[in-house]
Design a protein around this ligand. Sequence first.
Ligand code: PLP
Ligand code: COI
Length: 353
Amino acid sequence: MEIKITKTTTPKEKPQGPLGFGKYFTDHMFVMDYTPEKGWHDARIVPFADLVLHPASTVFHYGAEIFEGLKAYRTANGDIQMFRPIENMNRMNQSAERLCLPQIDAEFGVEALKTFVELEKDWVPTEEGTSLYLRPFLFGADPFLGVHAVEKAQFLIIASPVGAYYATGLAPVKIMIESEDVRAVRGGTGYAKCGGNYAASNRAGAKAEAKGFSQVLWLDGVERKYVEEVGAMNVMFLIDDEIVTPALTGSILPGITRKSIIEILKDKGYKVSERLLSVDEIKDALATGRMKEAWGCGTAAVVSPIGQLTYEDNDYIINNGEIGALTQELYDTLTGIQWGKVEDKYGWICPVA
Ligand code: PLP
Ligand code: COI
């Protein structure tokens, strides 16, 4: 499908100073429409602007919305590259299938990302640790209040130059294990990247933030016994010499960073287990000094050391609240590949411009 480009006549000033996360937006956006009759059509890049939607649109009433998150990185010689964009497009289709939203040809999705990033290339920041965060999203736009699978939909990509997700950067974060609210259950939408999962997690997140924590670590929704993931990242623990990460049981987002780190770790010869991990096992490993390191991983959060876990008002400090050697090594390897400082022997890099 051809992508029609209409360039802005009023380009914005680029932000000065710290970027933070998701506060600034580039000059354009990618848009495409879906109807059952025409399929996906009118692929276009247009000046960034507000959307006009019918107030009955499905997205506003029944939460028919899915999204993705990936980044474009600028290398030392000025080239721009994305990290595993096909994985995001494939995951978006899995989310679409779960929410009865129309799927997109994944290869075309990557083409759209490339065309869009190339147009916005001056927005890919140059400072150490920064990137252009890309947010593809897709929602139901039927002007009709009946509860039903979506017919009319829109797909957009917007972009935001970003720095670190957490204001503290690579300093270890404090995480609270949530014992009341749950994020997802098997058979529900936990494995899909849909807006509703995040809306439902806000109450626990706000409570944790008010107590000085960065995010919550969710327990499984049935037994409230097994750890699952953190608000915006998957989680991994180094217990003795085993790296343990919760298995993908259906209620956890299958993170692309998680998958990449598992591959890097196995390649480096580490023992990695994807399995059920109970909060009791974590408590025991913390109490006996066998919990050596813990970290979260995700596109926005990259690799984030966890310096403290709190469960039922008991604080457990990990690695003296400092970043561990393995966490640092993983951060360096992963970001090294993403920023083109370390050879990409896996074929994960997708050059843009
Ligand atoms: N888990 C949740 C709930 C997330 O929001 C994210 C972020 O996308 C992740 C895990 C990590 O996924 P990925 O590595 O694909 O960004
Ligand atoms: C990402 O890492 O891309 C995410 O989607 C996390 C986000 C909810 C900020």
